[in-house]
Write a protein that binds this ligand. Structure first.
Ligand code: PLP
Length: 392
């Protein structure tokens, strides 16, 4: 066998989304593209905002000398400064360009953060249901994940959090608004998590980092305000990207932001920059760093996602599915009408509707649908979702 046993096992465990994607291609060949409704992929169909194309035109007509060369591993000063200014506006904190490291997406950011923080055997506490890659990312850097269970609204069970933190815990990682549930953590929830972290730090005389993976931070509905984590704990780190808010997932542009009030920030930031380099990213792609400088307060049209959410939530509820109303991102995580989510996904597939079983996110008994898709796909999926519900 050319590849390691561990990777073989990981590929098997982490392949639900890819599996559904491949099955979707096979179904489309059999029944025709327009008769298969693939709700399994979180790849937005929305195009980037007009402002992005304006920046692209402007830079193509006036290229900056040396703009395609190597740069400092933390990224371009002008981009990091623009991000720091935007964060200062949003949080009232005093970020400078020093607190920002440009990365290859949020995925790259999380790998850089974990590589920087983790000693062999360290633990990262995550909350179920979780983004499927977290466990693989922690393993990349010698760590493991400890999983905290959710309550019935997909909010953290604090008792479970309290028990999950021990002397090996190096970080607590949240994702809000959440993939796969769309749930956003309130100020009170963040405060409570931070309070538990502080208590445990005292108990174990340790430093625990509170990390927020927030690529959906700007995709928030119903006029809700996004609560930033920085105010709740000094050891806070944000990993994020423009994959979703500017619809640029293929461009691999994101960043890490370190709390300006963290006392040991210099060594932490030096570590992050070193790891960005030695993981082989070297620096985030240059052209796209220039392009996002003036786009820090621009987003795709959030109301389009909110309309899609409203449509899917109303339709699913009227069929009889139990779903927690998403407050952001572009996913829903309804309860499977039968306990076995994998079996239900098969029933849905017979109706040419593809979704991802909850166990792919560490939370059986549910399934994930993405609604960052064409209205025709969402509308077309409803009769299959209804037939599947009625046929069980
Ligand atoms: C919760 C979460 N974190 C991180 C990522 C990685 O995003 P990026 O494209 O910025 O690497 C995703 C992508 O879907 C995600 O859903």
């Amino acid at each position: 066998m050319p590849i390691s046993n561990k990777i073989l096992d990981f590929m098997d465990r982490g392949s639900w989304i890819r599996k559904m994607f491949e099955e979707g291609i096979a179904l489309k060949k059999q029944f025709g593209e327009e008769n298969v409704f693939d709700l399994s992929l979180g790849n937005p169909v929305m195009e980037p905002p007009q402002e992005f194309f304006d920046e692209l035109k402007s830079i193509a007509s006036k290229p900056i000398k040396g703009m395609h060369r190597y740069m400092p591993n933390a990224g371009l000063e002008i981009t990091r400064q623009a991000i720091a200014s935007e964060l200062n506006k949003e949080t009232g904190f005093s970020f400078s360009s020093n607190h920002i490291v440009m990365t290859c997406g949020a995925g790259g950011a999380l790998n850089v953060v974990m590589k920087t923080l983790l000693n062999q055997g360290d633990e990262v506490v995550i909350f179920s249901p979780f983004f499927v890659e977290y466990q693989f990312y922690a393993d990349n850097h010698g760590g493991t994940c400890k999983i905290v269970n959710p309550d019935e609204n997909f909010l953290p069970d604090f008792e479970s959090l309290f028990e999950s933190i021990n002397e090996k815990t190096k970080a607590v990682l949240i994702n809000s608004p959440n993939n796969p549930t769309g749930v956003m953590y309130s100020k009170e929830i963040l405060e409570k998590i931070a309070q538990i972290i502080s208590e445990k730090e005292k108990q174990f005389d340790s430093e625990i980092f509170f990390i927020s993976d927030e690529p959906y931070r700007k995709i928030v509905f119903d006029g809700l305000e996004y609560p930033h984590i920085f105010q709740f704990h000094p050891r806070t780190i944000v990993a994020t990207s423009h994959s979703k808010d500017l619809a640029l997932p293929g461009e691999r542009i994101g960043y890490i932001a370190v709390n300006p009030n963290y006392t040991n920030q210099d060594i932490l930031i030096d570590g992050l920059v070193f790891c960005n380099r030695t993981l082989g990213f070297v620096n985030a792609p240059a052209l796209i760093q220039y392009l996002v400088v003036n786009l820090q307060s621009v987003t795709i049209d959030i109301s389009e996602y909110q309309n899609k959410r409203d449509f899917m939530y109303q339709e699913l509820s009227s069929i009889g599915y139990e779903t927690v109303l998403p407050q952001g991102a572009f996913y829903m995580f309804p309860k499977s009408p039968i306990p076995n989510d994998v079996e239900f996904i098969e029933i849905l597939k017979e109706q040419n509707v593809l979704a991802v079983p909850g166990r792919g996110f560490g939370c059986s008994g549910h399934f994930r649908i993405s609604y960052c898709l064409e209205d025709s796909t969402l509308e077309g999926s409803i009769s299959g979702l209804k037939a599947a519900f009625q046929n069980i």
